[in-house]
Design a protein around this ligand. Structure first.
Ligand code: ATP
Ligand code: GCO
Length: 171
């Protein structure tokens, strides 16, 4: 973990790991702007996933570039923000975090079973539960060198928010 107080927090994890739940709560407590990664996807990406096909590296390129631009705009203006992004692969995290010392990475870690159960219960979401296996197959968990704050999704939403606030020095 970096000791710099983060300007921007990226919340990563597979689909349905709880990124939006955590990101919205952090943003609410801090009064920081929040963006959900899905709002950066070109419509064809959403249509592809909704049709049951996982995205590939090419599909994800414009999406990651857009997220990185949002992060850099905030940093350039001295602002703060919270953004979710599945950020499944190390190469993706290079794009959105790279060497930016003021961008913190929070990884929501959980089992296929628990996250799958939560996904199955969720309604009105475009992501079909059948794609969860592809998310875990693509997932490269962040290495120590990436300085992630790793959080278990087994805890309650409230406990996760307060843990992350404390560990990021934002409480
Ligand atoms: N810590 C938690 N305990 C119990 N349920 C949770 C927890 N975190 C999230 N959930 C529930 O799991 C489901 C998925 O959460 P959420 O939508 O926040 O995940 P996500 O990672 O943003 O998903 P996606 O990337 O697919 O949009 C929701 O129904 C949410 O209420
Ligand atoms: O990289 C990806 O495969 C996508 O971003 C997915 O992770 C979804 O957009 C998101 O999680 C919604 O369920």
């Amino acid at each position: 973990m970096s000791h710099v107080r983060p300007a921007v927090v990226v919340v990563m994890g597979v689909a349905s790991s709880g990124k939006t739940s955590l990101g919205e709560r952090l943003a609410g407590q801090l009064g920081w702007p929040f963006r959900d990664a899905d709002s950066f996807h070109p419509p064809e990406n959403v249509a592809k996933m909704a049709g049951g096909t996982p995205l590939n590296d090419e599909d994800r390129k414009p999406w990651l570039t857009a997220i990185a631009a949002w992060i850099d705009d905030l940093r350039a203006s001295g602002g703060n923000g919270i953004v979710t992004c599945s950020a499944l692969k190390r190469a993706y995290r290079r794009v959105i975090i790279g060497d930016r010392p003021d961008v913190a990475l929070v990884y929501l870690k959980g089992s296929r079973e628990l996250i799958g159960a939560r996904m199955a219960q969720r309604q009105h979401h475009f992501m079909p539960p059948a794609l969860l296996d592809s998310q875990f197959a693509a997932l490269e968990e962040p290495g120590e060198d990436e300085g992630p704050l790793v959080v278990s999704v087994e805890s309650s939403k409230e406990a996760i928010v307060s843990d992350v606030m404390t560990r990021l020095g934002l409480a």
